[in-house]
Design a protein around this ligand. Structure first.
Ligand SMILES: C[S@@+](CC[C@H](N)C(=O)[O-])C[C@H]1O[C@@H](n2cnc3c(N)ncnc32)[C@H](O)[C@@H]1O
Length: 285
């Protein structure tokens, strides 16, 4: 698979999910987005870029922080995400917001034109994350900062429920084994990835989000509404009920006293600044 077909297939999943993305009554992207913007310390009047803006979980609180004297550009490759988020921003009277179709892998925007670049739950989806981070560094003013969120740890029950669904995939649709090491696995690898892209990490913090689901059907609606859709759409229609039943059995382990299913996710938020003089030589990493 080339990097552009990798990117296309991920974007196609989000394009199909756009209408319900972050709109299934589940607290997940919105609290991570609010935490990201809180960490960014955006000041009124600042110019902000939000890459992979989705339905605005980061973009909308960022616009509240810049106020009308600032400006927030949101880019996403999924046209329906862009259309719906632009409509939401217009309805909210956020004249400082512009949302357009654009590639988070290689944003074509003028260098040194932003005080803050934000990337909420997106850089790990990109085919070449290090190159993308390097591009964000070039977009920042010398005093600017990049703030990204990445998954830290998924609830073990979520992982087990995904495995229960995945067991129903036909052999040809089974995903390849997960890579043993990724660029955002832990604080050390995040710091090294940023350094290779010419960025110095100034802080990494962990944020815990609790998500409640009325029942397994609610959980499945949520799964269809985001990247989890990539797995569901490969399940044969005649396996969907059995797969859901198996996931329900696993999720019983997280039934809270009130009756809801409760999943906890830890996300990491990294703040990085452009290193004077640019990236470290590869041999130094
Ligand atoms: C997990 S969602 C995160 C959305 C939003 N930042 C949030 O926190 O809710 C990932 C988003 O990145 C977008 N995306 C994926 N690859 C992209 C790319 N190469 N360029 C621009 N957007 C991309 C998807 O369309 C989707 O809207």
């Amino acid at each position: 698979m080339t990097s552009s077909t990798h990117s296309n297939s991920i974007v196609e999943v989000f394009e199909q999910a756009a209408a319900s993305y972050d709109r299934t009554g589940v607290s997940y992207f919105e609290p991570f987005g609010a935490a990201l913007v809180g960490c960014a310390g955006i000041l009124p009047g600042e110019r902000v870029l939000d890459v992979g803006c989705g339905r605005g979980a980061v973009l909308l609180p960022a616009a509240a922080a810049t106020g009308p004297t600032g400006h927030v550009t949101g880019i996403d490759l999924a046209p329906t995400m862009v259309k719906l988020t632009a409509e939401d921003a217009a309805r909210a009277g956020l004249t400082q917001v512009e949302v357009r179709v654009g590639d988070a892998q290689q944003p074509s925007l003028p260098p040194h034109s932003f005080d803050v670049v934000l990337a909420g739950m997106v850089v790990f989806l990109l085919p070449e994350p290090e190159q993308a981070l390097r591009a964000y560094g070039r977009l920042l003013r010398p005093t600017g900062r990049l703030v990204v969120s990445t998954p830290g740890a998924y609830d073990p029950a979520f992982v087990a429920a995904m495995e229960a669904l995945g067991a129903h995939l036909p052999p040809a649709e089974q995903p390849p084994p997960a890579p043993t090491a990724g660029p955002f696995d832990d604080e050390q690898t995040i710091t090294a990835t940023m350094a290779a892209a010419g960025l110095d990490v100034t802080a990494i913090s962990e944020h815990r989000v609790e998500s409640r689901f009325q029942d397994v059907d609610h959980w499945m609606r949520w799964m269809w509404s985001h990247g989890g859709r990539a797995l569901l759409q490969h399940l044969p229609a005649d396996r969907l009920d059995a797969a859901t039943t198996d996931a329900a059995r696993v999720l019983e382990s997280v039934r809270a006293p009130g009756g809801d299913l409760m999943l906890t996710t830890v996300g990491r938020i990294t703040i990085a600044v452009p290193r004077p003089g640019g990236p470290a030589p590869a041999a130094a990493l």
